[in-house]
Design a protein. Structure first.
Length: 324
């Protein structure tokens, strides 16, 4: 059945991929974005689709729409962006969630919250299972995002308990792929852009800290599977790749795949940066019949091609992004 689906943050990295998938499945998509971190280039090809509609709007402000489902993805997700204006980040997480929950309540529709592995903080349990409450600094430089997302989860469950709203919560672990912002400060985009430009590869810390990297197509499949579940399935459900790599291993893979002669340099680790991050996806396998299919190498090859094409553009776009 064709649905009219709202995607907040729809011009961002994940939102643009989700919108493309939903359009491919035959649905109508309304994209809501204020372009704080979203990019027009991410949705340029979607704009010609008659089933796609873009509205420039900040989720901090209420909006009245008629839709059948909501994916709430609006929020800067990289430390560079969410720490640039931490008050706005918290407002987006909390007030944005309240506005979208209010809309879902009025329409009595299903709503999914894009939460994050950051709710686990610098975890003391490994790998992270959904029942783990986390180890989060409530007033550190990352708390605007970590605590903001935790508050959004609490609001979603309060709306379910108080209003019987059909909610879904996905906890996203490190995800990468085309449409990433070239200056978002995330490790995959940083390493690829630095390698392609022949600049030093910057590792923060000694490189032994670990992450798991999920290719964006796999993540979007997880979103679709979660949204398709019945009322009893709420989450939170971890969506990520359980294969763990050190940051140093990632840097070496990027160097090998790009053929770059860049040198690796080391800088101090930022405050509250987690030492290990890896999901337990047992619940996703059981409830969603989902697990990632794209290997790190396969995903990196596709992402490197994307950034290589981006860097070859002659409009100065990427150079301006990276220099600011």
């Amino acid at each position: 059945m064709r649905k009219r689906i709202l995607v907040t943050g729809g011009a961002g990295f994940l939102g643009s991929h989700l919108s493309n998938r939903l359009l491919g499945d035959g649905h109508q998509v309304i994209c809501l974005d204020n372009f704080y971190t979203g990019q027009k280039r991410n949705i340029r090809r979607l704009m010609d689709n008659p089933r796609y509609e873009f509205i420039r709007h900040d989720v901090v402000e209420p909006i009245r729409l008629e839709v059948d489902e909501i994916y709430n993805l609006a929020c800067p997700a990289s430390p560079v962006h969410y720490q640039n204006n931490p008050v706005a980040t918290t407002k987006t997480s909390v007030m944005g969630a309240l506005n979208m929950l209010g809309l879902a309540k009025r329409l009595n529709i299903k709503i999914m919250q894009a939460s994050t592995s950051e709710v686990y903080g610098d975890p003391q349990e490994h790998p992270q299972v959904e029942s783990y409450w986390g180890h989060v600094n409530p007033f550190g430089i990352r708390s605007c995002y970590d605590v903001g997302k935790r508050c959004a989860e609490a609001l979603f469950f309060d709306y379910r308990r108080q209003h019987q709203l059909n909610i879904k919560i996905a906890r996203i672990f490190n995800t990468f792929g085309p449409n990433m912002h070239p200056n978002d400060g995330r490790v995959v985009s940083n390493f690829i852009v630095q390698a392609l430009l022949g600049k030093d590869i910057t590792i923060y810390g000694d490189g032994t800290q670990t992450r798991s990297f999920c290719y964006v197509d796999d993540l979007i499949r997880g979103f679709i599977a979660l949204m398709a579940t019945d009322h009893d399935v709420t989450g939170p459900i971890n969506i990520g790749n359980p294969h763990e790599f050190t940051i140093a291993e990632l840097a070496q893979q990027v160097l090998d795949l790009t053929g770059s002669k860049s040198e690796i340099i080391y800088h101090p680790l930022p405050g509250d940066d987690p030492k290990r991050r890896c999901p337990d996806i047992g619940l996703a396998k059981k409830v969603l019949q989902w697990q990632p299919e794209v290997t790190l190498k396969q995903g990196l090859e596709k992402t490197i091609r994307y950034f290589d094409d981006l860097l070859r553009e002659d409009d100065g776009y990427v150079g301006q992004m990276i220099s600011t």
